[in-house]
Design a protein around this ligand. Structure first.
Ligand SMILES: [Zn+2]
Length: 319
């Protein structure tokens, strides 16, 4: 039987869990669906990630509003992917912050990415007709950006750690509670999506920079919150392992003059014992392998995914 395209066959609602990790530090996880979070300033909120639609974002904000009614001053978007950003209008935030590179990627491929992700993960797009258009940052930065929270609440430091899941990912660090919002640079018990990634940078220097925070709470892009330095290290190393296995398996076939399909089969066989049952593994792997292959072909800047290219690669590798 043919596998349903990407996550198109995944229609079951996921259970959402709101956790208070420290005073005023919130994370909402959802069994492998994209995570979101918030940190309280003295008289405002900083929110992290926006979900796929305003309606999906409102579901999260309703839960957050049981704990705080402070206005949302900042919405931080770790990268440009549609399921992370298109709900932004629901936050009515004064500032929407991304990296400079994320803005460039929204300009270059925001619309194609919206169409592609809608096709891959339709369940996440609740009331898609309410999306007002692409989400644009109001402020961007190259390397670092600091938000003073006021009172004794400390700061939120945003940082570009190097190319990884995309060319422009950032992380958010709250030193006071040792909490790191790592975006899709780290996944905890969820498969990695690497279709727009830089596997060599990500698996080496970028993850080293993320690990150097010694975080005690790590909220990755998907999966449970990792708690304690041992667990956050484990989540980072598991992410690195997934990347390194892909590089090794795809590299072997590429060097031997084999085909993309052979590279996919080898990678699938190597990863599935450990990762096969994790959310979105079968969905992501064809796109992931194609991008590693492109990197071995010296295609530095990721090719743009469109609905047509999605189907082509899917049919070739999972069809
Ligand atoms: Zn992403």
């Amino acid at each position: 039987m043919a596998k349903p395209f990407a996550s198109a066959g995944d229609l079951a609602e996921k259970k959402e869990t709101l956790e208070i990790l420290a005073d005023g530090v919130y994370a909402l996880t959802a069994e492998g669906d994209p995570n979101v979070g918030a940190i309280e300033g003295e008289d405002f909120l900083v929110c992290f990630e926006a979900r796929a639609t305003p309606a999906a974002a409102r579901d999260w904000l309703t839960k957050l509003r049981e704990h705080t009614d402070k206005p949302i001053k900042y919405l931080v978007l770790t990268h440009y992917h549609a399921v992370r950003v298109l709900g932004a209008s629901a936050f009515e935030a004064e500032h929407i912050i991304t990296s400079d590179t994320t803005r460039k990627l929204i300009e270059e491929r925001g619309k194609q990415d919206w169409d592609s992700e809608f096709g891959r993960m339709p369940r996440l797009f609740k009331k898609p007709e309410e999306i007002p258009g692409l989400t644009w940052p109001t402020e961007t930065f190259a390397d670092e950006y600091t938000i003073e929270l006021g009172g004794d609440r400390g700061t939120v430091e945003l940082k570009f750690c190097g190319r990884g899941h995309t060319a422009g990912d950032i992380v958010a660090w709250h030193e006071k509670s040792k909490t790191l919002f790592a975006g899709d640079l780290v996944e905890a018990e969820a498969a990695l999506y690497t279709g727009d990634a830089f596997h060599f940078d990500w698996s080496s220097t970028t993850l080293d920079t993320v690990k150097a925070y010694r975080s005690e709470n790590l909220i990755g892009g998907r999966g449970a919150v990792a708690k304690g330095v041992e667990a956050t290290d484990a989540a980072i190393e598991q992410t690195r392992h997934f990347l390194k296995v892909m590089i090794e398996e795809v590299g072997k076939v590429h060097k031997a003059g084999g085909s993309l399909k052979e590279a996919f089969e080898g990678t699938h066989a190597a990863l599935s014992p450990q990762f096969g049952k994790w959310p979105i593994f079968e969905h992501c792997l064809p796109f992931d392998v194609q991008r590693v292959w492109d990197e071995f072909d010296n295609i530095d800047w990721p090719r743009i995914w469109t609905m047509e290219r999605d189907k082509e690669v899917w049919d070739l590798l999972q069809g």
